[in-house]
Design a binder for this molecule. Structure first.
Ligand SMILES: Cc1cc2nc3c(=O)[nH]c(=O)nc-3n(C[C@H](O)[C@H](O)[C@H](O)COP(=O)(O)O)c2cc1C
Length: 221
């Protein structure tokens, strides 16, 4: 797929076909994505690919804790957004709920939607990125992982795959550790759902908006 087309086409997909993704294809996507840049070429990322029974255990473990009312406790800071940032977060939720036919007051359906995120959108594979906790204070390393995330999502498109970067999937790190064996010495950063998109899934028709260039870019001549 052509690069600019891929960048413009990429979007978060929250509904997948059950079709498994061959490991050879996941390997190719990750091999390409490992060309991502990192500060001083430190390559801080460590990647776990979770599929099959392991992924079912991860979903089940997440949902169990969520239903038990255990407060999610991700290992990356997730602040309560305020002001314009909060508004954008609300706008996103409103758009998704509208497509999914979820009413604002319908607590049950909202909870179901939340669970879906913790089930990693029922994708056939999940890519979990972690890094050594000795890098905890390096904002640079978090940026490096951001670059890797986006490159994975773009490379995936070339193979007809879709993705959703999501922190919900790793908000119960103890479950992730149990399933993947990621040790306590690593910080679990993010999860990426990956699989073949189900374009009939209502939320997948969402194309999120962006501020226009003029609102974001300052030219200093
Ligand atoms: C760091 C990060 C974490 C995210 N976590 C979630 C998540 O937990 N659940 C979810 O549904 N989407 C999640 N997303 C997807 C964003 O909501 C999405 O990227 C944003 O709304 C822009 O939409 P787009 O990806 O379709 O362009 C996350 C994205 C990023 C970059």
């Amino acid at each position: 797929m052509e690069l600019v087309e891929a960048i413009r086409l990429r979007k978060s997909v929250r509904g997948y076909k059950v079709t498994p993704v061959p490991e050879a294809i996941l390997s190719e996507v990750l091999d390409i994505a490992l060309m991502s840049p990192s500060g001083m070429n430190t390559q801080p990322w460590e990647i776990s690919v979770v599929t099959g029974e392991a992924l079912e255990k991860l979903r089940k473990g997440n949902v169990e804790l969520l239903r038990a009312g255990i407060e999610p406790h991700p290992e990356i800071a997730r602040p309560s957004f305020e002001g314009v940032y909060r508004q954008r977060q609300v706008d996103l939720a409103v758009s998704i709920f509208k497509l999914m036919g979820i009413e604002r007051e319908d607590k049950e359906k909202r909870a179901e939607w939340m669970e879906r995120g913790f089930r990693i959108f029922d994708a056939p594979a999940a890519i979990i990125i972690s890094m050594d906790s000795s890098l905890d204070k390096s904002s640079l390393s978090f940026m490096d992982i951001g670059a890797l995330m986006q490159t994975i999502c773009l490379a995936a498109l070339n193979y007809g795959l879709a993705t959703c970067i999501e922190d919900q999937g790793v908000m119960y790190p103890e479950v992730v550790r149990r399933v993947t064996g990621i040790p306590e010495t690593k910080r679990i950063i993010i999860c990426i759902a990956i699989g073949y998109p189900d374009w009939d899934f209502p939320a997948n028709s969402l194309k999120s908006t962006r501020l226009p260039l003029e609102n974001v870019v300052t030219w200093c001549r």
